[in-house]
Design a protein around this ligand. Structure first.
Ligand code: CS2
Length: 487
């Protein structure tokens, strides 16, 4: 049996494998990260590893899972080391990352996470808790005060479920102890993520202690952030490949593309690591970058995932290899492009996206991107679609993308195989049985899905969506894409 990756194994790794160039025992915590999934370990933790390599030893990461113990159980026996495997489609590079000092499992020991958050050496909290972790109405930025997790946390603050309960309690303790105020960096794909986090956090605090809410509004900084890198969920094949390259096993490596971007609003409450030395950009306004990324990459991703789910094609590269899909996505980008702000170069971004989506070595599953789609569609597809309609500009492609999402929520795909829907919003919404209802009834039911559509859209919108959805039901997904791009 092969040995396990850990501190002692570092000296035995093959020459080509990069590894920490610093003494991990000398690193102190400066960041707490909430939500230690693949994305964090393939993006922010790699930047911090660079900082530690440069000698900024005060920025080690204490990472926390808010739900399950699986990441901790995988990484604890390897001294929290893991492998970052970068694949460009031609080959791969391996790098062992040492920036995570400890992985906590919040529900097992809430006091340990609270202690880490209250530690005066910690200056920054980063978050990747996915869209659904914010428990906020994304259009207003207000906390969903009647969400069961919020109701629970207000009644049982000693056993928190939401990020807000941990953060408000830690901020209270820090304030009382005179510890430096925190900067909270949301690294999730939400519109104006920092503002949503700040507003919902203050809403939660106000329900417990209005003075604390004032302190949060005044002293706590939540810069908006745009993060970009494709980091699919790790598979067993990835584990085997990484073990072959390392000569030791790693229970949870991450696989990512070479591309990265991290754009951060320069509004920190205190010191920060010199992330710009690794290519992060500090700007006064993140929105142009956020729009470009959410609308061009994520919008197209959600459309591709919907096509994959309906057509029975499993991965982004497999879907994107279909000529009709590439033509449709090009049209989508041409139509959505005019909604981007002038500060960004959408055309150059699209050139990169074509290559990124075609990367054959990532095997990014359509099912993964399709998960939680009801929380993704509004900012990715609906927002540019509504802007284009209001401006009287062509918008057939985003309208079809919306209809594709509706269709991808059917119980079976076009090959007659069952489709799994991973979206908690479907638990408290009665999704229509698509094959038992006429198209117009299916669309009417979806338009009543307030979480996605807000107030019911106007009649022309409903008619256009019904026409697009009916077309998909009648002719099939790929035929529809072909018809649209050949028109
Ligand atoms: C994807 C994103 O799963 C999804 O919803 O669209 O995770 C995407 O890969 C990243 O945002 C890329 O930066």
């Amino acid at each position: 049996m092969t040995d396990r990756l850990n501190d002692a194994a570092l000296t035995r790794l093959p020459d080509g494998v990069a590894r920490p160039q610093y003494d991990r025992r000398a690193v102190t915590p400066g960041i707490v990260h909430l939500g230690v999934g693949a994305f964090h370990r393939g993006h922010q933790a790699v930047f911090i590893d660079d900082c530690l390599n440069r000698g900024e030893t005060g920025w080690g990461i204490i990472a926390a899972s808010l739900r399950s113990a699986t990441t901790r159980d995988a990484l604890a026996p390897q001294d929290t080391l893991y492998t970052y495997c970068e694949r460009d489609g031609q080959g791969e590079t391996l790098r062992v990352v040492g920036s995570i000092l400890e992985v906590l499992v919040a529900p097992e020991d809430p006091a340990a996470l609270l202690a880490a958050l209250a530690d005066p050496r910690v200056k920054i909290v980063t978050l990747t808790v996915t869209e659904k972790g914010y428990l906020a109405d994304l259009s207003t930025g207000r906390l969903l005060t009647d969400h069961p997790d919020i109701v629970h946390d207000l009644a049982h603050p000693e056993a928190p479920r939401s990020i807000y309960c941990y953060l408000t309690e830690a901020i209270r303790q820090r304030h009382e102890a005179g510890a430096p105020p925190l900067t909270l960096l949301s690294c999730d794909n939400l519109p104006s993520n920092g503002r949503i986090l700040h507003g919902a956090l203050a809403d939660f605090a106000a329900l417990r202690d209005p003075a604390l809410a004032d302190h949060i509004r005044d002293a706590i900084r939540c810069p908006c952030v745009m993060v970009d890198r494709i980091v699919p969920a790790t598979t067993d094949a990835d584990r085997d490949g990484v073990a072959a390259g390392l000569g030791v096993t790693d229970a949870w490596p991450v696989v990512a593309e070479p591309y990265f971007r991290w754009v951060i609003e320069d509004d920190f409450a205190g010191p920060r690591p010199a992330l710009e030395q690794s290519g992060a950009e500090f700007v006064t306004d993140v929105e142009p970058f956020e729009h470009m990324k959410l609308r061009m990459l994520n919008g197209a991703h959600t459309a591709i995932a919907a096509i994959g789910q309906s057509a029975g094609l499993p991965t982004v590269d497999a879907v994107y290899a279909v000529p009709e899909v590439r033509d449709f996505i090009d049209l989508y980008w041409r139509q959505v492009g005019p909604t981007l702000r002038a500060e960004v170069d959408g055309a150059a971004y699209v050139v990169g996206l074509r290559q990124r989506f075609a990367n054959p070595s990532l095997k990014h599953k359509a099912e993964q991107i399709a998960s939680d789609a009801s929380q993704k569609v509004p900012q990715r597809i609906l927002a540019p679609l509504c802007e284009l309609r209001a401006a009287g500009q062509p918008h057939g492609a985003p309208m079809l993308a919306l209809a594709l999402w509706l269709r991808s929520c059917a119980a079976t795909n076009e090959k007659g195989q069952g489709v799994a829907i991973h979206d908690p919003a479907f638990h408290d919404w009665d999704a229509p049985d698509q094959d038992a209802l006429p198209p117009e009834d299916v669309v009417r039911r979806f338009l009543g899905f307030a979480r996605v559509f807000g107030t019911t859209p106007d009649q022309t919108f409903a008619a256009d969506l019904t026409a697009a959805y009916t077309d998909i039901r009648t002719h099939g997904v790929l035929a529809c894409l072909r018809r649209m791009t050949k028109e």
